[in-house]
Design a protein around this ligand. Structure first.
Ligand SMILES: NC(=O)C1=CN([C@@H]2O[C@H](COP(=O)(O)OP(=O)(O)OC[C@H]3O[C@@H](n4cnc5c(N)ncnc54)[C@H](OP(=O)(O)O)[C@@H]3O)[C@@H](O)[C@H]2O)[C@@H](O)CC1
Ligand SMILES: [K+]
Length: 460
C-alpha cells in the first residue's frame, strides 16, 4: 500500500466487485442496490462500488452503521455519483426489502467476533429479502483466519474476495456463509507461506504415482490392510477396494475377513494372522471395522513403515507409541473421533476445525486428516494446512471412510509423504464422490469404482 498512490488498491477492489455485481444483476441500469457500510475500509470498498454502480444507472442507497465514522472519500464518491444515504441501521428495513442487490461492507478482515447487536439484524433482513447478497472480501461476522463463526453473520450468495482467499472462505462453518467465491487480484504482494493451501488438478497430477518402464509390482509399493472383523467384514472389502485404486502395485490383507475380501477382489494377497506375519509392505492401513483388535493396531504401529490409522484404530492406538514412531503416521478421524481424542465435544471440533486439526497433529506428533464437510490435513509444526476443495455431501455415506483409508494408504505405499498422501487421497475421493453421485445418492463401492474416473479427470 505504501508504494501506491492513496486509494489505488481500493479502486482496483471496487472495479472488481462492480464487475461481479453487474454479472449477477444482468442489468445494472434501473436496479436497486443497498450498501451496508461499516466503519472501516470494508465499508469504503462498498461505497466506491456503489458509486460505480450508480454511475451505470443503478439506484444506490447506503446504510451507514456508524454515520460519524464512515470512509470519507468513499462516501463523497457515492454522493457525487448520485447515491443516497440513510444514517443508522434502524432505517435499513424499507430499502433492503425493495432491493435487487445488497452489498455487505459491514466488516472485512478487521472484524472480531460475530456481528455486533446493531449490525446483526441487517444480516437477517438481507437474508429474508429477495435480494442477492454480495459480501465484500468476506461475509461480515465470520472469522477470516479460522473459519469460525461466533455469533451472527451475513449469509452471502457471492463473496468477492480481495487479493487472496482467506481461510474463512474455505473452512466450515464460515465457508457456508460465503456462497460462491470470486477472487479479485488487486496486485497485493503476498507472504510466501500461506496458512492454508488447497491443491488443484495440476498439483494432484504432479503427485500421482505413475509407473515407469522399470516398475514391477513391488517397486510400485505394496500396501497392507489390517481392517474388518467377523462383525464388519465389509469395512475390509471397502478398504481394499480403495487401496486397489490408489496406485500401489499390490494389496495385502491381514485379518479375519479374508474370505470376503478374496471373494470380491481375487487379486488381493490374503492372510488371516497378525499383520506382523503378513510379509513385507511399504505402508499399513489399520482400523476400519477392526472392532477391538488392539493387538493388530499395536503390531502395525511397531512396523517401521508409514501407517494410516482410521476408525476403531484411533481409539485403540496408544498415543506414546504413535509419538515414538519414526516412520510417518497419518491419523484420519472424523469430527466425532477427533473430539474423543481431544477430550472435547464434537460441536467444538466442528466449530473450530483448523485449531482442532493442528492440535491433534501436535499432540500425536503425526499428520492428521480431519474428515467432514471441510476435510483438513495438517502435519505437526507451522507449515501450511491443506484444505480439500473437492468434498461433497454425497460422501457422507456408510463405508466411504473405509474407501478413503485404503486409497490413501495405497498412496503412502507408493511413496507419497503423509501430507501429500492425505491431501491427494481426499482430493481423488471427493472427486470420485462427485463423479459417482452426479446428482443422485451413491454407496461407498460406487465411490471406490469412480476413483479411476477421478484419476483420469485429474490427469487430463
Ligand atoms: N488490507 C488491504 O490491503 C486492503 C484492504 N481492503 C479492504 O479493507 C478491509 C479491511 O479494512 P479495515 O482494516 O479498515 O477493517 P474492516 O474490516 O473494515 O473492519 C474494521 C471496522 O469494523 C468494526 N468492527 C469490528 N468488528 C466488528 C463486528 N463484529 N461487528 C461490527 N463491526 C465491527 C471496527 O469498529 P471499532 O472496533 O473501531 O468500533 C472497525 O472500525 C478489507 O477487508 C478489505 O475490504 C481493500 O480496500 C483493499 C486493500
Ligand atoms: K464484508
Amino acid at each position: 500500500m505504501a508504494r501506491l498512490p492513496d486509494g489505488t488498491l481500493m479502486q482496483r477492489a471496487a472495479a472488481g466487485i462492480t464487475a461481479a455485481c453487474a454479472d449477477l444483476l444482468g442489468r445494472v441500469y434501473g436496479s436497486r442496490v443497498v450498501l451496508l457500510v461499516g466503519s472501516g475500509d470494508n465499508g469504503g470498498d462498498a461505497l466506491y462500488t456503489g458509486a460505480r454502480l450508480a454511475k451505470r444507472g443503478a439506484g444506490v442507497t447506503a446504510v451507514l452503521l456508524t454515520p460519524d465514522r464512515t470512509h470519507p472519500a468513499g462516501l463523497a464518491a457515492l454522493r457525487r455519483a448520485g447515491g443516497t444515504v440513510v444514517r443508522g441501521p434502524e432505517h435499513a428495513e424499507a430499502p433492503i426489502r425493495r432491493a435487487h442487490l445488497v452489498i455487505d461492507g459491514i466488516v472485512g478482515i478487521g472484524g472480531k467476533g460475530g456481528l455486533r447487536p446493531d449490525a446483526a439484524p441487517l444480516a437477517d433482513l438481507a437474508q429474508e429479502s429477495r435480494a442477492a447478497v454480495v459480501a465484500v472480501d468476506l461475509p461480515s461476522g465470520v472469522d477470516a483466519g479460522t473459519g469460525e463463526v461466533r455469533g451472527a453473520a451475513v449469509r452471502a450468495d457471492l463473496t468477492v474476495t480481495l487479493g487472496t482467499h482467506k481461510p474463512g472462505l474455505l473452512v466450515d462453518p464460515a465457508r457456508e456463509y460465503a456462497g460462491s467465491v470470486r477472487l479479485v487480484d488487486i496486485g497485493l504482494a503476498l507472504p510466501g507461506d500461506p496458512e492454508l493451501e488447497a491443491l488443484q488438478h495440476a498439483d494432484v497430477a504432479a503427485l500421482l504415482p505413475v509407473p515407469g518402464a522399470e516398475s514391477d509390482k513391488y517397486r510400485r509399493g505394496v500396501v497392507g490392510i489390517a481392517a474388518g472383523s467377523a462383525r464388519y467384514p465389509g469395512a475390509a472389502v471397502l478398504a481394499v477396494a480403495g487401496a486397489l485404486r490408489g496406485g500401489a502395485g499390490a494389496v495385502r490383507y491381514a485379518g479375519p475377513a479374508g474370505d470376503a475380501v478374496i471373494a470380491r477382489f481375487p487379486e488381493t494377497l490374503v492372510s488371516s494372522g497378525s499383520p506382523d506375519q503378513a510379509g513385507r509392505v511399504q505402508a499399513w492401513v489399520v482400523g476400519p471395522g477392526a472392532g477391538d483388535d488392539a493387538d493388530a493396531v499395536t503390531a502395525v504401529l511397531n512396523a517401521d513403515v508409514p501407517v494410516l490409522v482410521d476408525a476403531d484404530g484411533l481409539r485403540l492406538a496408544d498415543r506414546d507409541l504413535v509419538r515414538a514412531r519414526r516412520a510417518p503416521t497419518l491419523l484420519t478421524p472424523h469430527a466425532g473421533e477427533a473430539a474423543a481424542l481431544l477430550g472435547v465435544s464434537r460441536e467444538e471440533v466442528e466449530g473450530a476445525r483448523l485449531t482442532s486439526v493442528r492440535k491433534l497433529a501436535e499432540r500425536y506428533g503425526a499428520t492428521v486428516l480431519l474428515k467432514g464437510s471441510t476435510t483438513l490435513i495438517a502435519s505437526p509444526g507451522d507449515g501450511p494446512v491443506r484444505v480439500n476443495p473437492t468434498g461433497t455431501g454425497w460422501l457422507a455415506t456408510a463405508g466411504s471412510g473405509d474407501v478413503l483409508s485404503g486409497l490413501t494408504g495405497s498412496l503412502l505405499a507408493a511413496g507419497l509423504d503423509a501430507l501429500d498422501a492425505g491431501s491427494v487421497g481426499a482430493y481423488l475421493h471427493g472427486l470420485a464422490g462427485r463423479l459417482a453421485a452426479d446428482g443422485a445418492p451413491v454407496g461407498a463401492h460406487d465411490v471406490a469404482e469412480a476413483v479411476r474416473d477421478a484419476w483420469r479427470d485429474v490427469m487430463d
